[in-house]
Design a protein around this ligand. Structure first.
Ligand code: ATP
Ligand code: MG
Ligand code: MG
Length: 383
């Protein structure tokens, strides 16, 4: 391809790394801003990368200087510098979108204003333990206490199960900007990857996500025990939510499916997302292909986002030992339909995302049979 535009990415974790895998196949240069030897930089040999932090204004400016389009693989970035450079370089999605989404409470308020159903929430800014007890009276227990910012993989959430948990919750999250959310008594969780292009909004299939300790453990595509109609309703809701934001690229939309089959949006990620990893093997175009094409205004046929074959994705989290992820990858080598992705993060720390495995098969039941021993192994390695 004769596309000489350079892309700058804020963040060099596994999402950036998989974005580069897709960009490499199109001869597109991606410059990464993150620490030296971060996951993404390891697979991209050129001298355009920046060693620094995506939270640092000067570093963001340095990255933008040599790029045509700047995008993100994490939302916890300096959006003020992105606003400043937006006149000289294209920023996708818009810094406005990133600024709203990086604050979970602002994100919820924004979605509500745009007619997207979300769990009720209460701002706790500056309120102490008494404020939390007030929430307990209003929402009853359990309720979810959340940090508005810098939250990921459940680090920033605390389930307040009874009044006696209140002081512990304050202890764990007390130094962060907080809000409370009404408990969503969901039947299961769904997610949809949405692609926003210059022409409109497209969707990948609906996925069931299974979280353990607030961290995504598994995804099932199609979802188990969910009708086609509900899957389509989830895609429509995801489209509506993302339609409310400015800018191009892929977005992850996490949802709760309640027991009466209504849907609430849990949260939005303005970038590729864990719930979209399965697309690498299961769809003609992956979420990473779609992100690149969307920000570069290249064609994305909707049928390229279809499910070719049912898929299950299993996250490999750091376990009891520094090499637990390697043992899991080793075992997966024996499975003919297991695609293994390791992220180059070195030694495992308990709970850290070290890699993932995707199994695709002609039926979800066959994929489940092949994945089960690997799930058992992951459980036995848990830190
Ligand atoms: P991510 O890694 O997806 O960014 P996060 O740290 O931002 O995660 P959330 O998505 O807010 O965390 O919550 C993680 C999980 O905790 C959810 O997927 C869900 O299982 C549970 N959870 C979150 N909010 C609620 C709620 N209001 N009621 C019940 N469970 C909830
Ligand atoms: Mg989140
Ligand atoms: Mg989440």
């Amino acid at each position: 391809m004769a596309d000489k535009r350079k892309i700058g990415v804020l963040g060099g974790g596994q999402l950036g790394r998989m974005l580069i895998e897709a960009a490499n196949r199109l001869n597109i240069q991606v410059n990464v801003l993150d620490a030296a030897a971060s996951s993404a930089k390891q697979i991209s040999a050129h001298d355009g990368h920046i060693d620094g932090s995506f939270k640092d204004a000067a570093d963001v400016k340095r990255l933008a200087k040599d790029c045509d389009i700047v995008t993100v693989e994490i939302e916890h970035v300096d959006t003020h510098m992105l606003e400043e450079v937006a006149g000289e370089v294209q920023v996708e999605p818009s810094w406005k979108t990133l600024r709203i989404i990086k604050d979970k409470f602002a994100q919820k308020e924004y979605l509500k204003e745009h007619g997207v159903p979300v769990a009720d929430s209460i701002d706790l800014d500056g309120k102490g333990v008494e404020g939390l007890k007030e929430v307990g009276k209003q929402f009853a227990y359990p309720f979810m206490l959340k940090s508005k910012t810098e939250a990921y993989d459940g680090r920033g959430n605390f389930a307040v199960k009874c009044v006696d948990d209140v002081s512990k919750a304050k202890e764990v999250l007390g130094d962060r900007p907080l809000y409370a959310e009404r408990w969503a008594d969901f039947r299961l969780e769904l997610a949809v990857m949405v692609v926003k292009t210059k022409d409109g909004v497209l969707t990948f299939p609906t996925v069931e996500t299974v979280h353990e300790d607030s961290v995504c453990k598994l995804t099932y595509t199609p979802p188990r025990n969910v009708s086609k109609a509900i899957g389509e309703k989830a895609q429509e809701l995801a489209k509506k939510a993302i339609g409310a934001f400015e800018g191009k690229g892929v977005f992850g939309v996490e949802m709760f499916l309640l027991k009466d089959d209504t849907l609430l949006v849990n949260e939005i990620a303005p970038r590729p997302h864990n719930s979209g990893h399965y697309t690498i093997e299961a769809c003609p175009l992956s979420q990473y292909d779609a992100h690149l094409r969307a920000i570069l205004d290249l064609p994305i046929p909707q049928s390229g986002l279809r499910l070719r074959e049912p898929a299950i994705m299993l996250n490999i989290l750091g376990g009891q030992t520094p090499d637990s992820h390697e043992k899991i990858a080793q075992a997966a080598l024996e499975h003919p339909n297991a695609s293994i992705h390791l992220y180059g993060k070195g030694e495992a720390r308990p709970g850290r995302k070290m890699g993932h495995i995707t199994v695709t098969a002609p039926t979800l039941a066959a994929a489940e049979r092949e994945m089960q021993p690997l799930i058992d192994l992951v459980d036995s390695q848990k830190g």
